[in-house]
Design a protein around this ligand. Structure first.
Ligand SMILES: [Zn+2]
Length: 263
């Protein structure tokens, strides 16, 4: 899928988690619902850091371009060293390592550790990166025509404001993990979820997605998971724009209402 569909599905997924959490007795204060949905929208672009034309690889100027090259090389190296006889030869790392559940869990756990151990500036940094991505993903063309600097300023400002709101007592810095010292531990959850939702979205497209790596399936360790061929679509096709995106919006809306206890 393309950036906007990925981001929208990420936001909708977090709102759905909000509804499930409310049903399970862990209501999210509204700032957790909103910030989580935005983080998840941003995190749903992150796996494409292995592809230089992707939004995320262009979102932070030279920093993300260099990171993209490193990630692509790393992914390719991991692919080559772990492939089984049934896995095809390939020439680059796109849709390999960063499109697995292992990667999703690692970056989410990494962000949680960073948020808990690094204090205020770490939280601001995580928020900044994801707000920039959320703006790029959700506003897509509108963000494209403006300059990178404007998007970064918007990301920085919203990160600052949202951190201020979350910090107020009762606003959810300690949502789900309530012991002292566990503030912001939950920040990793929308990051894991965003990456997984991205992988599932890619799995629906023609090439599939090796989400289960390194669990071997038959003669493959990088088995491209996906529905039967007839149900798959091309990235950016009308199915994505006219069917999936409105469905994500509707599900997100329902999830949000459920999370806030309105329905
Ligand atoms: Zn992808």
């Amino acid at each position: 899928m393309m950036g906007p569909a990925h981001s929208l599905s990420g936001a909708a997924a977090w709102l759905g988690v909000g509804a499930a959490a409310a049903a399970a007795g862990h209501e999210m204060p509204w700032p957790v619902l909103v910030v989580g949905a935005l983080i998840c929208a941003g995190a749903a672009l992150a796996p494409d850091l292995d592809h230089k034309a992707a939004t995320i690889s262009r979102a932070f100027g030279p920093v993300s371009r260099v990171l993209c090259e490193v990630i692509d090389k790393l992914s390719y190296a991991v692919y080559k060293s772990t492939r089984k006889p049934g896995d095809p030869r390939r020439s680059g790392g796109h849709r390999t390592l960063t499109h697995t559940w292992v990667w999703a869990v690692l970056i989410g756990a990494g962000a949680s550790v960073l948020a808990v151990a690094g204090g205020r500036w770490a939280v601001l940094g995580i928020l900044f990166v994801h707000m920039v991505l959320a703006v790029e993903g959700l506003l897509w063309r509108a963000a494209r025509v403006s300059s990178d600097i404007l998007v970064w300023l918007l990301g920085a400002t919203s990160a600052w404001i949202l951190a201020e709101i979350l910090n107020k007592p009762g606003n959810g810095a300690d949502w789900l993990f309530t012991a002292p010292g566990q503030e912001y531990l939950w920040l990793g959850l929308p990051i894991v979820l965003g990456a997984l939702v991205h992988d599932i979205g890619d799995a629906l497209t023609v090439s599939g997605c090796p989400i289960l790596w390194p669990i071997p399936i038959g003669r493959k360790r990088w088995y491209p998971i996906g529905p039967p061929e007839a149900m798959r679509f091309r990235a950016g096709s009308w199915v994505e724009l006219k069917v999936l995106m409105p469905v994500f919006m509707m599900l997100g809306g329902l999830g949000g209402l459920g999370a806030l206890g309105i329905i």
